[in-house]
Design a protein around this ligand. Structure first.
Ligand code: MN
Length: 231
């Protein structure tokens, strides 16, 4: 007999280069963290304090598929560096924040741009635009023990072999340790937390049948096929 009134949900896990899965606790995302993307979204590229939103742990998908949601007609790709925490805490310094990182990966912050635009116009939360099922395809997490803490390196996304996004980690407005330190002032971070660290310019729509290929130099790759809900 279970001690629970209902069966507990299964843990959400992401595969790692270590061979053992990474169990996910929370997923935080940073908005507008590359100046050229802030500009393309109609904002001032000045260094404003970072702002955050969340996805759900089980929005992470690792089966190489992105299911296009019926509720949107304008889903965009945003390629992002994924950071996975091996420990946490409150009010970390940037040095402590970097020490808390277990590994890195490549992820897509898939975004229903039409729903997000309506939410922005009405001053409403982004949850329906950002945290829908399957909204965070991601690849294997590689331990920092193997690759270090990448501070520069190409961030590239191709759709059907056409270059769509191209930036560099060095262009991040808020560096990864700063992002985590800032998050830790607001939330209690813990092992299992994942942070998506923003996207360079070139975001744009996807359609069923598209083949997305992401690459972050020194980190890894991600291949995703866009499918319909009925597929
Ligand atoms: Mn994003």
């Amino acid at each position: 007999m279970s001690d629970y009134v209902i069966p507990p949900p299964p843990p959400v896990v992401v595969p790692t280069a270590d061979g053992r899965p990474f169990p996910v606790r929370r997923v935080y995302c940073v908005g507008r963290n590359y100046a050229d993307h802030a500009v393309e979204m109609g904002h001032d590229p000045e260094r404003e304090p970072p702002f955050f939103f969340q996805k759900n742990p089980d929005d992470l998908v690792t089966d190489g598929r992105f299911v296009y949601p019926r509720v949107s007609q304008d889903v965009h790709h945003e390629i992002e560096l994924l950071v996975a925490l091996g420990s946490g805490g409150r009010c970390l310094t940037p040095t402590e924040a970097e020490a808390a990182i277990w590994g890195y990966g490549v992820a897509l912050d898939m975004t229903c741009r039409d729903i997000q635009a309506a939410a922005k116009a009405q001053g409403r939360p982004w949850i329906a635009a950002k945290a829908f099922p399957g909204s965070a395809p991601c690849g294997v997490i590689t331990p920092a023990a193997a690759i270090g803490h990448p501070q520069r390196g190409a961030v590239v996304l191709r759709v059907n072999d056409v270059l769509r996004q191209q930036g560099d980690l060095s262009q991040q407005i808020w560096k990864v340790p700063e992002i985590i330190a800032n998050l830790s002032a607001r939330f209690h971070l813990a092992a299992g937390d994942i942070v998506l660290t923003g996207t360079p310019s070139g975001v744009g729509p996807v359609a069923p049948g598209d083949e997305l290929e992401g690459f972050i130099e020194g980190v890894g790759t991600l291949a995703v096929r866009v499918t319909c809900e009925a597929d």
